[in-house]
Design a protein around this ligand. Structure first.
Ligand code: G4P
Length: 310
């Protein structure tokens, strides 16, 4: 993480466009706010990857949202596209029209949180016109440079760039998507959060997949039980195996067997972020107060001099 940050901040000076790969099912949650701090005002290309799994009716407003930001463009991609390099090159040229010649090459940095599909995308380039190097001056072993076209260089900085998750919902969405290792979360909790979102937003998909009718006011817990029962995840004495039911729901969301789903809209994410930032700021005030009190408590108070020392 530290090395990745260091590599990005060293490389950024000579970069023309920063590509951030996002998961099209959770664009806001899969973004890394730290990247903006590291890359400053560099032109930014947001690539909504895995668009084949996302709800197209929601990918469009996300693209419009990013395209409305200054110095920013957005495109959708997925692993089935035969010429992803072409789409990337065109979008980068639109962001930095003066670059891309042999004299003034286009230098692009590509970043993304784990599991967003970066290796899969890069593998479609390598083997064609790619050069992988770690021996050139200024290229650390952490980086690889890929030649996408004449005068078009893509720098990949491997490693993790994890943000501090201040939006609780983002943590659940990242876990549901597969971006967080399975030992780091409770499947049942994540499945319940997922169902809580899907009940109002994608009820038809739930009804079709699990062959049930959602009763008005049905809760996520009731639905998880019903899914478990329908799928035969039953323990002794008819108890439902909620762990198994949760695994089924998460797996079927990830594989899009449930359907093409996007877990957040730009407006929803903006609300979650504002609420998360407020809580985070309050937490910081509390932490600062504790630290101030600690300093006062342990501050060395000068010992008054004894009369014979005076
Ligand atoms: P990373 O380098 O960013 O960590 O991600 P990576 O390319 O390893 O991709 C993570 C998973 O996402 C892989 O699945 C990969 O096949 C899948 N993936 C990548 N791009 C797309 C896409 O556009 N659409 C879909 N549907 N899936 C995509 P996996 O199950 O972890 O591995 P594997 O079974 O494919 O080997």
């Amino acid at each position: 993480m530290h090395l990745t940050k260091k590599a990005i901040s060293e490389r950024i000076k000579e970069i023309d466009v920063v590509i951030e790969l996002l998961d099209a099912r959770l664009p806001g949650s899969s973004a890394n706010p730290m990247l903006a701090e590291l890359t400053g005002a560099k032109p930014a290309l947001k690539v909504l990857n895995k668009q084949d799994l996302a709800d197209p009716a929601r990918t469009a407003p996300w693209l419009a949202h990013y395209n409305s930001l200054p110095g920013t463009r957005a495109i959708g991609l997925d692993a089935s596209m035969s010429t992803p390099a072409k789409a990337l090159i065109e979008a980068c040229h639109a962001l930095a029209p003066s670059r891309g010649s042999m004299v003034k090459p286009m230098r692009v940095l590509i970043c993304g949180i784990p599991n967003v599909g970066k290796s899969t995308l890069i593998n479609t380039f390598t083997g064609k016109r790619a050069t992988k190097t770690g021996d050139e001056a200024g290229i650390t072993k952490l980086e690889q440079r890929i030649v996408l076209a004449d005068g078009f260089y893509l720098w990949d900085t491997p490693g993790m760039l994890w943000p501090r998750i201040i939006v609780a919902k983002s943590g659940y969405n990242l876990a549901a998507s597969g971006a967080i290792g399975r030992n780091a979360f409770e499947e049942e909790e994540v499945a319940l959060e997922l169902l809580d979102y899907l009940i109002p937003h994608y009820p038809e998909m739930l009804e079709a997949r699990y062959k049930l009718k959602l009763a008005p006011g049905v809760t996520d817990e009731q639905l998880l039980e019903e899914i478990g029962r329908k799928r035969g995840a039953v323990l002794s004495k008819g108890r439902i195996n909620l762990q198994k039911a949760a695994e089924i729901v998460i797996y079927e969301f990830r594989a899009a067997t449930l359907g093409r789903i996007t877990l957040e809209t730009p407006e929803e994410f903006a609300q979650w972020l504002a609420a998360g930032q407020k809580i985070d700021a309050e937490r910081q005030v509390k932490k600062d107060l504790i630290e101030t009190n600690r300093l006062i408590k342990f501050k060395k108070i000068p010992r008054p001099a004894k009369p014979d020392e005076a």
